[in-house]
Design a protein around this ligand. Structure first.
Ligand code: T1G
Ligand code: NAD
Length: 652
């Protein structure tokens, strides 16, 4: 096996190169290579300084997370970094791509850090339920100050090269060839002003009021997660203890977190998000081009999908049924693009370019050159079939046709075109330009390269793609329908909407199921229940409480009342009228209401999610338990640090 770390020397400068695809993770072999490079360069009399850089697309992106489940092997990363920092010859880190976690910690052990303009730097360990475990919580505050260090470590977000330069995290941003610039830097400057090693520096005490406020804000944001709180503890240690003692405390905390169920869950979902979208049947299958996108419908979803495609640099034609609807749809897109610009996500030139990539039409002839068309019209089979019949005629025979339907049978929609192999489902989540999840629904007759095109589009849009088979609700909506039914049962059994929502929030959901229905609109599920009425098993327990609310015109926020009353409290207040309907429903069924604890409520919800998940796996709708967890975490608010319903069932 080729060594992942090599050394070359030229003009008195040693270059240590790491080449460990795909992200130069700090595997045992990489750590060993670095540990060997220190004495080797120290012993070479010709070497005056060392440049550390990586081949491939990025500087070290962190420890090899796959090793965490195994017994830690020497050399341990903190020891390797101590060796680098203790070398008599200065090491200069040359950063490109994403220098993250242990990678940034290695760079902090170097005397200097150079970055190319597009580099991003971060200590994202909290996102894996961890904290930096190789000196990051001790060295970083000594370089950038305690407050900036705490924000970076507890927030887990990357910073740009410019931001890193401004905060003192890097010494220089270099244009052009990074390696050449690092060599010149090593020759010209590293020799005469070797910076004091970070572990030998003092750390300034932050302003106490600001520090307390920052810690309180982080604790509030943590919402039950342990790692951000551990980050605070580690930074407090870095401020209060000598560096070597703080380092020891950091290591203790790191190992505690590594075995914490929250970290096991977060590491599970990290890898699940990368494995769930891989379909063995698509290996080596070339996707069709999708430079020209058509979107039918400029409503909530259509406008969101158009915006997502434009923000990814694609050209889009929006087609609506008439000029007024088209104008409304285009306005929705312009508002979204303007918001992205206002928030600094895109600059003025990019905004103009995107607007130039966007056109509208009411005549299907405008789709004659489209490579891929996504339908997002009313959730009505007849309307959708009519649209696909027109698309069949108006588009090229090789154009991919996708529907964004939430519940309807995609195989039936595909039946409206001559060649159903070009039809698939692309189930976006609202708002489509923000939500990462995309269910890619594969009807029986879809062609492999059409399916591969769906995954390629997902990657281009920065989405997390999960394949799903055709059934009512695919993966996510089907599981949500199941646990929404269970919550309705609990209303009849003795709970109230606010009890269920409080239990779900305490479990870690951002919002309870009843508040969520009020936000999305009760009429959507009402239409689905009416559509399913004819096929509903006669012996299936049915709760008509939501139907009663809908018959009263209580669709939720959009009508000022639903499960909750929004007339006096915009957040929604429990409504005695709803409680009366609920208690009457229990009485009508002869049910003696019993109060339900939060644990009982969540126990029933999780059990139903897992039971429906098992059916989805048995039916082949989802290809793995990981796929179900990825959908529930990224589309339905399941708390990430619990890993997902199937992870909780021990199915991973
Ligand atoms: N360990 C192992 N594999 C990793 C990895 C890692 N740290 N990072 C990525 N991969 C794999 C990933 O599973 C995928 O594999 C491939 O690389 C491409 O990744 C000691 C303890 C770097 C921004 O948390 O954020 O350091 O599917 O699809 O979209 O204190 O990967 O191809 O087989 O995501 O271009 C801290 C995690 C670790 C960074 C690239 N570091 N990685 O994104 O590609 S803990 C992180 C990412 C640590 C120290 C602590 C992203 C990326 P496969 P990808 P990408
Ligand atoms: P919407 O009512 O907001 O928008 C539908 C749009 O389709 C309207 O602008 C309408 O003018 C247009 N339209 C109707 N018939 C048309 C035709 N024949 N040709 C061209 N345009 C036509 O609906 P929405 O919320 O955007 O939902 C659209 C689709 O996306 C539905 O199938 C829905 O189930 C699905 N979906 C919705 C959500 C959500 O949260 N809203 C999430 C995922 C999927």
């Amino acid at each position: 096996m080729t060594q992942p770390v090599t050394i070359s020397t030229q003009g008195g400068i040693a270059t240590v190169t790491i080449d460990n695809p795909p992200v130069n993770a700090l595997s045992q072999a990489v750590r060993q290579g670095l540990a060997d490079a220190v004495p080797q360069t120290e012993a070479d009399a010709d070497v005056r300084a060392v440049v550390l850089l990586c081949a491939g697309r990025t500087f070290i992106a962190g420890a090899d997370v796959r090793e965490f489940g195994q017994t830690p092997q020497k050399p341990h990363l903190p020891d390797v970094i101590d060796m680098i920092e203790g070398a008599t010859k200065p090491w200069i880190a040359a950063l490109h791509g994403t220098a993250l976690g242990g990678g940034l910690e290695v760079a902090l052990g170097c005397r200097f850090r150079l970055a190319d303009p597009s580099a991003r730097l971060g200590l994202p360990e909290v996102n894996l339920g961890l904290i930096p475990g190789a000196g990051g919580t001790v060295r970083l505050p000594r370089l950038v100050g305690a407050s900036a260090a705490l924000e970076m470590i507890a927030g887990g977000k990357m910073v740009s090269a410019d931001k890193a330069l401004a905060m003192g995290l890097v010494d220089r941003i270099v244009d052009g060839d990074l390696t050449q610039a690092a060599l010149e830097f090593a020759k010209a400057e590293a020799l005469d002003k070797v910076a004091t090693p970070l572990m030998a520096r003092d750390v300034a005490q932050p302003d106490s009021d600001k520090w307390e406020a920052q810690k309180a804000a982080i604790a509030k944001r943590a919402r039950g997660q342990n790692s951000p709180l551990a980050a605070i503890t580690a930074l407090e240690n870095a401020l209060a203890l000598p560096a070597d003692q703080a380092l020891a405390k950091e290591r203790e905390l790191f190992f505690q977190l590594k075995d914490d169920p929250q970290s096991l869950a977060l590491r599970h979902i990290f890898f699940a998000e990368r494995s769930a979208g891989k379909m063995p049947c698509l290996k080596g299958v070339k996707p069709r081009p999708f430079d020209e996108i058509g979107v039918i419908g400029g409503g909530t979803m259509g406008a969101g999908i158009v915006a997502a495609c434009l923000l990814a640099g694609l050209r889009v034609v929006m087609l609506e049924r008439d000029d007024d609807s088209l104008g409304a749809g285009q306005e929705r897109v312009q508002i979204t693009l303007a918001q992205s610009h206002k928030r600094g996500l895109i600059d003025a030139d990019t905004l103009m370019r995107m607007q130039g990539n966007f056109s509208g039409a009411t005549d299907y002839a405008a789709l004659g050159n489209a490579d891929l068309v996504i339908e997002a019209v009313f959730e009505d089979m007849a309307v959708k079939k009519d649209v696909f019949t027109r698309l069949d005629v108006a588009t090229r025979p090789d154009a991919v046709l996708a529907t964004n339907t939430s519940y309807l049978d995609i195989a039936e929609i595909a039946g409206a075109v001559a060649d159903p192999s070009r039809v698939l489902g692309l189930h976006f989540f609202s708002p489509a330009y923000i939500m990462k999840l995309l269910e890619i629904v594969h009807p029986p007759k879809v062609a492999d390269d059409v399916l591969a095109t769906g995954f390629a589009l997902a990657k281009r849009l920065g989405k997390i793609a999960v394949p799903a088979g055709v059934c009512d609700g695919f993966i996510g909506n089907r599981i949500m329908s199941a646990y929404r039914r269970e919550c309705d049962y609990m209303l009849e059994d003795g709970a109230l909407p606010q009890d269920v929502d409080a239990a779900m929030r305490d479990f870690g959901f951002a919002m309870g199921i009843f508040a969520m229905q009020d936000m999305a609109g009760l009429d959507i599920a009402w239409a689905m229940r009416k559509r399913q009425a004819a096929t509903r098993p006669a012996d299936m327990r049915y709760v008509d409480i939501p139907d009663q609310l809908c018959e009263m015109g209580r669709f939720g926020r959009k009508t000022g009342a639903g499960w909750y009353d929004y007339s006096s409290d915009p957040k929604g207040a429990p409504d005695p009228l709803v409680e009366g309907i609920i208690t009457k429903a229990s009485a009508d069924k002869g049910i003696t209401r019993q109060p339900l604890s939060a644990d009982e409520i969540m126990g029933r919800i999780i059990a139903v999610m897992q039971s429906e998940g098992r059916k989805i796996l048995d039916e082949g709708i989802a290809q793995s338990p990981e796929a179900i967890d990825v959908v529930m975490v990224n589309g339905y608010g399941f708390p990430r640090w619990r890993g997902g319903p199937m992870f909780m069932a021990g199915m991973e």
